[in-house]
Design a protein around this ligand. Structure first.
Ligand code: ACO
Length: 209
């Protein structure tokens, strides 16, 4: 049983354009590859280290196997792999992963956005849509996020969405070739009141379309 998947979330208007979340598709390969290769310098300092050169790992041919893994996890109920669209164009990804049911009802959230559209409220809108969905339809109780202390934009996104700092995970993840400390931030269902999207709209950070 995997309530809340597949789903389309939004639309929500931001400074950068209209944001929507939709499931990853097999035919996203060309857009995904072009965007990932174009954004290497923007993404590499913050993403888990991988085996092989960036250009090889993000070649179009790498998408079908990656898509299969994401789809299999989505089907089994452990993941919600979304594409972030801005004005109908693939501009990033937001993933809710390691969905745990039972007495934890917890998951992690992660995201990236094309450098061409950053600082326009896209990631914040995407996180808000995902959080509200996870705490309602999906039935989760807690979401967590890990972010490097030097990643100010991502911390700003999480703070705007209501996440609180819970601790420092030392040498937590192999990122860009070294073990990096990460801050642990979290949010539980009790904390969001009428919803994160409603709060963003109420404070003028986003608007209903
Ligand atoms: N110091 C402080 N704040 C900053 C800085 C800085 N140097 N640079 C930008 N910001 C703020 C912006 O002002 C903005 O806040 P505001 O709306 O209050 O002005 C905020 O950071 C960014 O918010 P959004 O515009 O909603 O986010 P954006 O669409 O630009 O995406 C993201 C942010 C996803 C972090 C993007 O920069 C990115 O893809 N970075 C590379 C990959 C990455 O770091 N992903 C996150 C990894 S951690 C995780 O997934 C939990």
């Amino acid at each position: 049983r995997h309530p809340g998947w597949p789903a389309r979330l939004g639309p929500l208007r931001t400074r950068a354009g209209v944001v929507e979340l939709r499931p990853v598709r097999l035919r996203d390969g060309r857009s995904w590859s072009a965007l990932r290769i174009h954004n290497q310098n923007h993404l590499m300092p913050w993403e888990p280290s991988g085996v092989g050169a960036w250009a090889d790992r993000h070649h179009m041919s790498a998408w079908p196997p990656l898509h299969s893994v994401l789809k299999a996890e989505a089907r089994s109920g452990t993941m919600l792999p979304f594409v972030i669209e801005v004005d109908g164009v693939f501009r990033g990804q937001l993933t809710v992963g390691n969905v745990q049911r039972g007495a934890l009802r917890n998951a992690w959230i992660g995201y990236w956005v094309d450098a061409e559209v950053v600082n326009g409220g896209v990631a914040t809108a995407a996180v808000a849509l995902a959080v509200d969905h996870c705490f309602s339809v999906v039935g989760l109780h807690r979401l967590e996020a890990t972010v490097q202390p030097t990643n100010q934009p991502s911390q700003a996104v999480l703070t705007k969405a209501g996440f609180r700092r819970e601790g420092l995970l030392q040498r937590y993840m192999d990122v860009d070739g070294a073990w990096r400390d990460h801050l642990l931030l979290a949010l539980t269902a009790e904390e969001i009141g009428p919803g994160v999207v409603a709060r963003l709209v109420g404070t003028g950070r986003a608007a209903y379309v």
